[in-house]
Design a protein around this ligand. Structure first.
Ligand code: HDE
Length: 698
């Protein structure tokens, strides 16, 4: 791993070029799109106050026309997203691998725009559905735009882009009735999966806790494909890109994710926005796994196969630089919606490989914008415009923004002085000079044929709780599949070849025949587990940016709150007061507090942990409130840390059934203030840092 030099503070300034339109000046007045002043926009122009509207009302017609055309087609996949501006800075020069200046000059601060997304849902769908998350980054480098259009999972469902339309058609809602929204738990998706064994590995990832992240700020990102880094000597290395979140990785509980989809469909979008507004800038380190060209088949699989990952234990991830998201978009549509990522946006020093999924993407992203952004000039939109100067002979088309000067719009020319001239080799992109020799075929390489070993490796690398969650996710999804033969085929053709025990468990849960035990086909490699695949070891012992609720009513013990608040805030988390109503409440020492939320409008699902300060009158009132009882039950069932101040135990006991409380692990992550306060606070904080206490579920 490269040593990390001190990282300069990120700037909070957005480049003005990216910021787009500004707030109108204070003395500005209302005009038409032509700049003609408008004195009122309350009433249409009519013949008499109660008469018909006149066609001559150009202000009304323009206003309605603009409104009628406000929508553009949503993205065919990844329609729902949230974006943020930031900066990237490399720790030390990677000139030994690449000529890309943003990776070789540690003094350079490169502006970046990132868009996170779900894949399957429409633009208005919920954030917390089970799905892959997109993690797309546009680097506005001095040598042109570089887009790293990745996901939060390192592999993909299919090996060849020609299957992408089939995959997406199967995943999206039924074309007859547009049901279900933003869900893979249906017949058509699993029908496709059951017939496509190459999807086995990715299915394991989507069913894992990675499919329901706690926050965009707490998930990894991956370039998925193998790319190339090319240095000044023209020498290429194969590379896998990673994003490592500095807050660690955390998932939601499945029930919580489902509740959130109804109660706060904007959960992830809001979390990202609020964190940036609060100055809690999300940070990720860019990582690379570098492999010599000659080692493309060295690891027992083909590095060109996007359904395979390169275990970090075999080739460690070098953390090479840091991305800091430090500014929210100024306008959602102009930036987050109009941003056009493209896998073919490469800069000198970074190149693609022959991964057949990647090759199809090189075309698709450019093509899709023609429909989505209404023509070929989308690169001129402020959010897509490179910081590097653009000179070429492309011209005209819908939505041209720039006004080209001069008449020499062709090359070669003499009347324009021959400009723009071809760039020098040093300043231009050169495709890696790879020697290709082959016959035209429509065939899958034999080196892509093992679909199950890495799925097995993933499964075997999970913690007990993670495996339980994955099994439960499969039970949930397949229980929603109405066609028994499809359920049977998933068990027989996908699960049994990966892990017979898993297949058996699911077969019983979804009422299909036991699979044939000879079906297990996953090769056991010398590597039994890859610890980096589990989310557990990657957790950071921090509570930074977590949200802790304090349930209080009149007469609560103020000293409990004060002691915990100091510790929580020192750790970078927030403590928010939840009371029966929004009216002020009075603590046991007479201090008056204004609650942050009313218990009637919020629930445990939007918090990471709960504190119940003591105080007999407060606890007695909360015990009578169904919202407070429900809050405690959710916090308990979703394995969150629960801190009980002095005398607060009756609320816990009213909420949690004695049979739940009597299990050996039932009090994991539940802490009472029977200890001296200092110890209680320290232990409470340490428990929140663990994120969840999944052992309680067992
Ligand atoms: Fe995409 N994908 N994709 N994809 N993808 C799009 O581009 C496509 C794939 C990913 O926030 C579309 O502008 C094909 C893998 C992200 O704007 C479209 C194939 C990975 C985003 C498209 C793939 C991704 C997209 C839809 C198989 C992870 C959202 C709108 C050959 C490495 C970017 C658009 C954003 C978006 C095509 C497979 C990630 C249609 C044909 C693998 C993060 O062009």
């Amino acid at each position: 791993m490269l040593p990390k030099p001190p990282v300069p503070q990120p700037t909070t300034e957005k480049t003005t070029q990216l910021a787009g339109f500004h707030q109108p000046a204070e003395n500005s007045h209302l005009t038409t799109d032509q700049g003609v002043g408008i004195s009122q926009t309350e009433n249409s122009l009519t013949a008499g106050v109660r008469g018909p509207t006149l066609l001559e009302d150009f202000h009304l017609r323009e206003k309605i026309m603009r409104f009628d055309h406000e929508r553009i087609p949503e993205r065919v996949v990844h329609a729902r997203g949230a974006g943020a501006h930031g900066t990237f800075q490399v720790y030390e020069s990677l000139a030994r691998y690449t000529t890309a200046s943003f990776l070789t000059n540690p003094a350079l601060i490169t502006p970046v725009f990132v868009r996170f997304s779900t894949v399957v849902g429409s633009r208005g769908s919920a954030d917390t559905v089970r799905d892959v998350r997109g993690f797309a980054a546009k680097f506005y480098t001095e040598a042109g735009n570089f887009d790293l259009v990745g996901n939060n999972m390192p592999v993909f469902f299919i090996q060849d882009g020609i299957k992408f339309p089939d995959l997406v058609h199967a995943l999206k809602p039924d074309p007859r009735k547009e049901i279900p929204q933003a869900s893979s738990a249906h017949d058509r998706f699993w029908d496709f999966i059951s017939l496509m064994p190459e999807t086995a590995h990715m299915v394991m990832w989507v069913m894992s806790d990675r499919g329901i992240p706690r926050s965009y700020r707490m998930m990894e990102g991956f370039g998925v494909h193998t790319f190339r880094l090319v240095n000044a000597e023209g020498m290429s290395h194969l590379v896998k890109f990673h994003w490592k979140p500095l807050l660690g990785m955390h998932g939601l509980a499945w029930e919580e994710a489902q509740q959130l989809a109804g109660k706060d469909a904007d959960f992830h979008r809001r979390d990202l926005w609020d964190a940036i507004e609060a100055g809690n800038y999300p940070e990720y380190e860019l990582g690379i796994q570098v492999v010599p060209e000659a080692d493309v088949l060295k690891y027992g699989f083909d590095l060109l196969d996007p359904t395979k990952l390169l275990p970090e234990e075999l080739v460690p991830v070098q953390r090479i630089g840091k991305l800091t998201l430090n500014s929210n978009p100024t306008n959602f549509f102009a930036e987050t919606e109009q941003v056009a990522f493209c896998v073919a946006n490469l800069v000198p020093g970074i190149d693609v490989t022959e991964d057949p999924l990647l090759q199809a993407r090189l075309f698709s992203y450019l093509d899709t914008q023609i429909t989505r952004l209404g023509g070929p000039n989308f690169a001129e939109l402020p959010i897509n415009r490179p910081l590097a100067t653009v000179h070429n002979h492309q011209h005209d088309g819908f939505g041209r923004h720039g006004i080209p000067t001069g008449g020499a719009n062709y090359h070669p020319n003499s009347i324009g002085g021959g400009f723009p001239k071809p760039a020098s080799m040093a300043d231009s992109f050169s495709h890696f000079r790879e020697r290709i020799n082959g016959s035209k075929v429509r065939e899958r390489s034999e080196s892509f044929s093992d679909h199950f070993s890495q799925a097995r490796l993933f499964l075997d690398s999970l913690s007990e709780a993670e495996r339980r969650h994955l099994t439960n996710a499969l039970r949930f999804e397949l229980s929603k599949v109405t066609l028994r033969p499809v359920r049977q085929r998933v068990v027989d053709e996908i699960l049994a070849p990966i892990d017979y025990a898993l297949a058996l468990e699911i077969a019983e849960a979804v009422d299909v025949n036991r699979p044939d035990s000879r079906k297990e086909r996953a090769k056991r490699s010398s590597m039994k587990t890859s610890p980096a695949l589990s989310m557990v070891p990657i957790r950071q012992p921090t509570i930074a940016t977590r949200r802790v609720a304090a349930l209080v009513a009149d007469g609560f013990q103020v000293s409990d709150l004060t002691a915990v608040r100091a510790g929580i805030e020192a750790g970078g988390a927030t403590l928010e007061l939840l009371a029966p109503t929004l009216s002020p409440i009075t603590g046991d020492d007479g201090t008056v507090f204004t609650p942050t939320h009313s218990l009637q409008t919020t629930g445990s699902i939007t918090f990471d942990a709960v504190l119940v300060p003591g105080g007999q009158p407060s606890i007695a009132s909360l015990c009578l409130m169904s919202e407070a009882i429900r809050f405690m039950q959710d916090a308990y069932l979703h394995s969150k840390t629960i801190g009980l101040g002095r005398g607060a135990i009756p609320l816990f006991e009213s909420a949690i059934h004695p049979t739940l409380r009597s299990r050996p692990t039932s009090m994991d992550g539940v802490i009472e203030a029977t200890l001296p306060m200092k110890e209680f606070v320290a232990n409470f904080i340490a428990m929140i840092a663990q994120h969840r206490h999944w052992s309680r579920e067992a």
